[in-house]
Ligand binder design. Structure first.
Ligand SMILES: NC(=O)c1ccc[n+]([C@@H]2O[C@H](COP(=O)([O-])OP(=O)(O)OC[C@H]3O[C@@H](n4cnc5c(N)ncnc54)[C@H](OP(=O)(O)O)[C@@H]3O)[C@@H](O)[C@H]2O)c1
Length: 304
């Protein structure tokens, strides 16, 4: 099987690296070629032109938004060569409508689509803890599964069509709301006199602790906001959630407020660092200045 990979950003790099390290025959393409080049040392081929990927059997896509997915897929299939992949595995977090439109476009070309968004950031991928949620034809899932397993230990099949998209959208609405809530209670505890590391150590060991609260603890304690996921991408996912909520007549008051808090963070110029800067915004709103506690804390993500 010849595999192709389009989109070597934070996520695409680590995901395709796992395929290359696992010995797969993978050709990668990125708009900014320099980001893809280090993958050559792991055994990947770096394509000079996106149309080269049309000759692969299975092509993965991991870019930012639906508009970007549309652009790269049409560029890949726009060349003169008659080649086309049998299967496209689309991993970006996009809308149900965008995914359905992609499926229809690909169906006309005789290409199957597996919708396969993921849960976890780049460090989670390295730690071997990423998970896929997939929908589309069952046969497409079965065909992709050996490669999904090389990237992540967990892959769930939730049914036909675009169902995986709504699962991922719900997941990221929860991510935003939980992060904002964690920021609020951490600042409350700190303002009342509890150091953040002590508060979060307790939370992480309590029934409310989670893989997520543990891996955000170093950022909250030591204020390391190196980006894992940008505020802009989180705002996109909250907007996708609110669009779906309108479509299905579901009130989502917490998601609405969280979307506006993320927008406020962006309006204050917090755009280039991690979305965990919600903590900083909360501290500003509470009239306190944060400083790093410089306490070593485990993020629970030691590589498997
Ligand atoms: N980061 C996370 O924790 C996380 C977790 C789960 C899901 N996701 C989702 O995964 C997707 C990728 O996220 P990421 O964090 O990897 O983002 P990222 O680091 O910003 O990477 C985005 C990638 O998309 C490419 N791209 C964007 N627009 C393009 C266009 N019009 N044409 C060609 N290439 C384009 C970029 O190319 P350039 O390098 O040339 O800019 C880059 O390779 C998003 O849908 C995000 O919501 C992210």
């Amino acid at each position: 099987m010849r595999l192709g990979w389009i989109g070597i950003g934070r996520m695409g790099y680590e995901m395709s690296a796992r395929l290359a390290k696992g010995g797969a025959d993978v050709t990668v393409w990125n708009r900014t070629r320099a980001k893809a080049e280090p993958l050559a040392a792991l055994g990947a081929k770096v394509a000079a032109d996106i149309t080269e990927l049309a000759a692969c059997d299975v092509v993965f896509v991991m870019v930012s938004t639906w508009k970007d997915v549309e652009a790269v897929v049409s560029a890949m299939l726009g060349g003169q060569a008659p080649a086309k992949p049998k299967l496209l595995v689309e991993c970006s977090s996009i809308s149900l409508e965008g995914s359905a439109q992609l499926r229809a476009t690909l169906r006309e070309r005789g290409i199957d689509l597996l919708a396969a968004p993921v849960s976890g950031n780049a460090k989670v991928i390295k730690a071997g803890k990423l998970s896929f949620v997939c929908s589309g034809p069952r046969a497409a899932y079965d065909a992709a599964l050996p490669f999904l397993r090389m990237i992540a230990p967990a892959a769930s099949y939730v049914g036909e069509g675009e169902l995986a998209r709504i699962v991922k959208i719900c997941h990221n609405v929860f991510l935003g709301v939980v992060t904002q809530s964690l920021a609020e209670i951490t600042v409350l505890a700190q303002k009342a006199g509890v150091p953040r590391h002590a508060f979060l150590a307790f939370m992480n060991d309590s029934v409310m602790g989670s893989t997520f609260s543990r891996y955000k603890t170093p950022a909250f304690v030591n204020l390391d906001f190196k980006v894992t996921f940008t505020p802009e991408l989180l705002r996109k996912d909250l907007d996708l959630g609110l669009d779906a909520a309108r479509r299905f007549d579901v009130p989502m008051p917490l998601a609405s407020i969280t979307r506006d808090v993320v927008q406020t963070m962006m309006g204050r110029g917090m755009v280039d660092q991690d979305f965990a800067q919600l903590l900083v915004l909360q501290a500003q709103a509470s009239g306190i200045a944060l400083s790093p506690e410089n306490v070593p804390v485990d993020d629970g993500l030691a590589p498997a």
